[in-house]
Design a protein around this ligand. Structure first.
Ligand SMILES: C[S@@+](CC[C@H](N)C(=O)[O-])C[C@H]1O[C@@H](n2cnc3c(N)ncnc32)[C@H](O)[C@@H]1O
Length: 296
């Protein structure tokens, strides 16, 4: 640890944040000061804004040690969300663990897409049956259910530990009465029909493993990331299964990796579904892909 320049006295919150920010910057963390604020404030059970308004707060030795411990974990590239054990998605708080992908902001594009489509069909007041494949924390299903008071959902994941986290998140968000979670290999054993299928499947090509930042490669579960040589294996598995269990006129909405829209549309067309466009994320990247079952 290189001693940081700080205008605050040693032992104060302001000093701990200055020291933490210096350590994180030295470790190559781009968001060093913000992360130091979040982590140090967390030790006090406060949010980051407390650091700005109360920098003179004296820390006990135990609090200083705890803050240093969290800073050391972040310096080793553990994401802040994993250190805190939670992440915000769709303005809801989700518990995250080593078994779950940390929800990403761009995945909110699928929630927007699903809600816009359901509202355009004037179906938001119906008892819709929603299936979320590869549910992880349950963030997609639970965000959509939070907006549709009569809808019911089932979340599937191949990881029993992820399923347990998703079920816990449903309880914490008071959505447990309308959301069930179970272990499964995509739709195996399910008969449907479902009105809406959501999925953010693994879609990273094995060859791109080396391009991932340490925060992702070292801390997200690999079963949530990789999907064969081109990143398309999960779409290829899901498409024919979705075609079998969608209700007539039902929709499947999937997250896309960058540049995958044409290949994914072709996979779903071949499975007998009708591709129905994409929705871009805030960076302008087509992120959400929809296909419709005929006969509606
Ligand atoms: C990219 S993560 C998405 C997690 C969450 N839905 C989200 O958007 O943050 C993909 C998820 O698919 C799950 N998964 C991978 N293969 C699966 C399979 N064959 N059947 C069911 N789930 C699977 C992984 O365990 C992981 O939780």
């Amino acid at each position: 640890m290189t001693p940081a320049k700080s205008r605050f006295a040693p032992g104060t919150l302001g000093h701990a944040v200055d020291q933490g920010a210096a350590d994180l910057a030295a470790a190559g963390i781009d968001t060093a000061r913000l992360d130091a604020r979040l982590l140090t404030a967390h030790v006090l059970g406060r949010d980051a804004s407390f650091v700005l308004t109360h920098p003179e707060t004296e820390l006990t030795t135990a609090q200083q040690d705890a803050a240093q411990n969290l800073i050391a974990r972040r310096a080793a590239h553990e994401p802040v969300s994993r250190i805190l054990g939670e992440r915000e998605f769709w303005s809801l708080t989700f518990r995250v663990t080593a078994a779950t992908l940390t929800p990403r902001p761009e995945t909110e594009t699928l929630v927007e897409d699903a809600l816009a489509r359901i509202r355009a069909m004037d179906r938001e007041g119906e008892v819709l049956r929603i299936l979320d494949l590869g549910t992880g924390t349950g963030c997609l299903l639970l965000a959509v259910l939070s907006e549709l008071p009569r809808a019911e959902g089932l979340g599937i994941d191949i990881s029993p530990d992820a399923v347990a986290v998703a079920a816990d998140n449903a309880q914490r968000l008071s959505l447990g009465a309308r959301a069930r979670f179970q272990v499964g290999d995509w739709t195996a054993g399910l008969s449907g029909p479902f009105d809406v299928i959501l999925s953010n499947p693994p879609y990273i090509a094995e060859a791109d493993r080396g391009t991932l930042p340490p925060e992702v490669l070292g801390f997200d579960p690999h079963g949530a990331l990789f999907a064969g040589s081109e990143g398309l294996d999960a779409y290829a598995a899901i498409a024919p299964q979705a075609a079998k269990i969608l209700a007539p006129g039902g929709i499947v909405i999937l997250e896309l990796g960058q540049g995958q829209e044409a290949a994914v549309a072709e996979i779903f067309r071949r499975a007998g579904l009708i591709p129905d466009g994409t929705r871009a994320d805030l960076a302008g990247i087509p992120r959400s892909f929809a296909a419709i079952a005929g006969g509606g």
